[in-house]
Write a protein that binds this ligand. Structure first.
Ligand SMILES: [Zn+2]
Length: 325
């Protein structure tokens, strides 16, 4: 597609089911004889207009992958894309409550499938894939603790972190303190979505959870104090510009604060979040950032090195991969 296709990339913020392309979803439905859900527009893209509809469609898509065969096909589909995008290291969010509403053996079985495929792709293509177990915020703190306990239990199985996704407007961030403390005490890295749907104050609360990374966090730019706080605590923002624009946070990339944050020396990474939902890809993100802010290979290399510094994998692997950038 462009010169940035060949650029080696690191992606830290990607939701597994959110990376299922409409084409792939239709293929799965056809091959399994499942009735096609009404989630596409006339052009065949996901049809959503606001965040609530996006979450609803996301859940419908997730429910199509509750069989082991389909789930494995999904992991392969997502990693095929990462290989194509020249990703050398990726962390992927897995939300076990999307697989079943309480911990059971499916959680472990699905995780084992994801790890099996990840190991296969590492050997075959040299892409390193690790997982972050996420709780779904709108399901509440008790469910979050279940996810955190699960993450801690499977820590040695390519699971390097615990995080929180879902509806930012539900519950207070600090209600989840116990889950995050539990994960941190187990030696897991932690990240949470904040400063996307809600403003800078949600980033301030996320900082209190003691995370080292924040999913999005772009609305921290609405408060100078929050920016100073992020800088002091040295927290990385997992920025997903295309997602923010698709969800209407900013009207175009020209208005997006990623360049401002970068120039303020706030650590940022570049990710796609749920790429087919937002009509984006990692290469497209790089190309757009180049077109609007003039970012080139030098800056992308710098950002990817920084992303690896904040990755949740072991230090030895980070050092090895930083050499490749
Ligand atoms: Zn996200």
């Amino acid at each position: 597609m462009s010169s940035f296709a060949s650029c080696k990339k690191v992606e830290l913020h990607l939701h597994l089911e959110g990376a299922a392309s409409p084409h792939f979803v239709r293929d799965i439905c056809k091959s399994s004889g499942t009735q096609m859900p009404e989630i596409f527009d006339k052009a065949g893209n996901y049809n959503w207009q606001n965040f609530d509809q996006f979450l609803t469609i996301y859940e419908i898509v997730t429910n199509l992958f509750l069989g082991e065969k389909h789930f494995e096909a999904l992991v392969r589909h997502v990693l095929d894309k990462q290989v194509k995008e020249n990703v050398i290291y990726t962390e992927i969010f897995l939300g076990p409550h999307l697989w079943s509403d309480r911990p059971n053996d499916r959680w472990e079985r699905f995780l084992n499938i994801a790890i099996k495929v990840a190991n296969e792709y590492e050997k075959k293509y040299g892409v390193y894939t690790y997982f972050i177990i996420v709780c779904i915020r709108h399901l509440g703190p008790e469910k979050a603790l279940e996810a955190s306990r699960f993450a801690s239990k499977v820590k040695d199985k390519n699971v390097v972190g615990f995080g929180m996704a879902g509806d930012e407007t539900k519950f207070n961030t600090l209600d989840f303190m116990r889950s995050f403390d539990f994960a941190k005490n187990s030696g897991l890295g932690t990240t949470t979505h904040a400063g996307e749907i809600c403003g800078a104050e949600s980033v301030d609360e996320a900082i209190k959870l003691g995370v080292t990374r924040i999913g999005h966090g772009v609305r921290s730019c609405e408060s100078e104090e929050t920016i100073i706080n992020l800088s002091k605590k040295n927290i990385l923002l997992e920025v997903c510009p295309g997602s923010n624009i698709a969800l209407g946070l900013y009207s175009s990339l020209d208005d997006h604060p990623i360049n401002f944050l970068f120039n303020k020396d706030i650590p940022v990474s570049i990710s796609t979040d749920d790429p087919p939902f937002f009509s984006t890809s990692l290469t497209k993100e790089y190309q757009d950032l180049h077109n609007v802010f003039g970012w080139g290979f030098e800056i992308f290399s710098q950002i990817n090195k920084k992303s690896l510094e904040f990755a949740f994998c072991e230090a030895k692997l980070k050092e090895k991969l930083i050499q490749q950038l």
